[in-house]
Design a protein around this ligand. Structure first.
Ligand SMILES: [Zn+2]
Length: 444
């Protein structure tokens, strides 16, 4: 006797599709049964004609807690995630304070318990004080984040020497290092050259060269070590080009966001503050290069960089475009925007699962329980009906940001149900079972 059987659907994994019934027991996938096998279960969910996807794993979200809860908190951020089909959120460490000590990480984990609607894993920041790292590693965060530009002094690894020394220190410790590419030596010059304060000045202050150089330095620093690195947000043709040539030199993966496939810098005039983020959107030729890299399989992970601000913060009038707080929400629209890329023939369903569920789970140390609909994995399952279109609206958004840059888009599919560890948490766009999430840690 199973707890639940989801029947009649096409099961989509990174490796391929299969028709069958998913049998769930104790929160895990217990069996994949042939379509005609009608085993007994307490609950039978008829998903005839639908597709089942493993719950998405977003490796890049800022849930803003502690300290910045006017922008987002564990409740609002994971509510958005649940409604968007993201059943595991990996939270970034850039809150107030930044998550740099074992005490801070432990407190964050404790605060999240009982308040999260999906599973959450935490990432901690590497500070210049290496004494802090041992205690952090013991708590098994899903990654340690290294910053090379644009952050407070205590967390800045500005020189190539500093990056290389830190990578060497972490060699052999079986931890993923997330690196946000940037080159402060370039930003220092490019940021001061155009004092106009307008959109053009902002774009010039964050040139593709800084991204490509930061990326190259990260890969070179990791070359010849056993360290695994994950390079955050790439979105320029130059960055993609550097990645294409260098990626085999180290155990390295790369990430970008859905918005980078759809927006260019020309959209700032129309969408203004809501679209302001870092890195800036680029030229149409950059978007083309990124889409080509995606189709070729050069992009390992698509994550959201969900970075909400309060409506008041975005609405304030700023003297310079660069001063508008950077970032936008994304958790609730990740699946929808990926479905658009399928409609546009840039990727297929299996690619979607590979880049936004399977690879994220495996790379961030959750591969035994997340990222696949397979026997033994957590039954985190999305039911998607491709026969029904849906529309993205601002009114649906439950993030404290209260808007989405994708408002008005028609999506070729509807997320009808979300299961977390076998429990249905979302039904037809509504959260039906609250606070079922657990804090997850890197598997040993
Ligand atoms: Zn971010």
């Amino acid at each position: 006797m199973f707890d639940t059987i989801i029947s009649g659907a096409t099961i989509v994994n990174a490796a391929g599709n299969v028709r069958g019934n998913v049998a769930i027991r104790g929160g895990r996938v217990a069996a994949i049964l042939p379509p005609a096998d009608l085993a007994e279960a307490r609950t039978i969910v008829d998903a005839n004609g639908c597709h089942l996807l493993p719950g998405l794993v977003d490796v890049h979200a800022h849930l803003r807690e502690p300290g910045l809860t006017h922008k987002e908190d564990f409740d609002s951020g994971t509510r958005a995630a649940a409604l968007g089909g993201v059943t595991t959120v990996l939270d970034m460490p850039t809150d107030d304070p930044w998550t740099a000590t074992a005490d801070q990480l432990a407190a964050k984990m404790e605060t999240a318990k009982g308040r999260i609607h999906v599973d959450v894993g935490f990432q901690a920041v590497i500070s210049r004080n290496t004494d802090l790292l041992r205690g952090l590693v013991d708590l098994r965060p899903v990654s340690l984040e290294l910053f090379t530009a644009d952050v407070p002094e205590a967390f800045m690894f500005e020189s190539m020497d500093a990056v290389a020394e830190m990578v060497k220190w972490l060699d052999g410790r079986e931890m993923l290092i997330g690196i946000s590419p940037g080159d402060q030596s370039i930003l220092a010059g490019s940021g001061s050259r155009n004092p106009a304060g307008d959109i053009a000045a902002f774009l010039q202050s964050r040139p593709p060269l800084a991204e490509a150089s930061g990326l190259a330095r990260a890969v070179l620093a990791a070359a010849g070590t056993k360290v695994s690195i994950h390079v955050r947000q790439v979105n320029s043709a130059l960055g993609v080009s550097a990645w294409r040539r260098l990626r085999d030199m180290a155990d390295a993966t790369i990430e970008t966001t859905p918005q980078n496939f759809f927006f260019t810098s020309a959209d700032y005039e129309r969408l203004g503050a809501g679209l302001k983020g870092s890195p800036p959107f680029r030229a149409p030729s950059d978007v083309e290069a990124l889409r080509a890299a995606l189709s070729e399989g050069l992009i390992d992970i698509v994550g959201t960089d969900h970075a909400p601000h309060s409506p008041a913060e975005k609405a304030t009038s700023y003297t310079a475009f660069a001063d508008i707080p950077g970032g936008m929400p994304g958790l609730q629209t990740l699946l929808a925007t990926m479905l658009r890329l399928i409609e546009e023939d840039v990727i297929n369903f299996n690619d979607l699962v590979r880049m936004s569920s399977f690879n994220p789970a495996r790379r961030f140390g959750l591969g035994r329980s997340k990222g696949a609909i397979a026997v033994g994995c957590d039954a985190d399952i999305l039911v998607v009906d491709r026969r029904r279109t849906s529309e993205i609206t601002d009114a649906q958004q439950v993030s404290r940001a209260a808007y989405t840059p994708f408002a008005g888009w028609i999506i070729p599919g509807t997320l009808t149900r979300v299961f977390l560890r076998g429990e249905e948490i979302v039904h037809d766009g509504k959260l039906v079972s609250e606070r079922r999430g657990s804090v997850v840690t890197r598997e040993s």
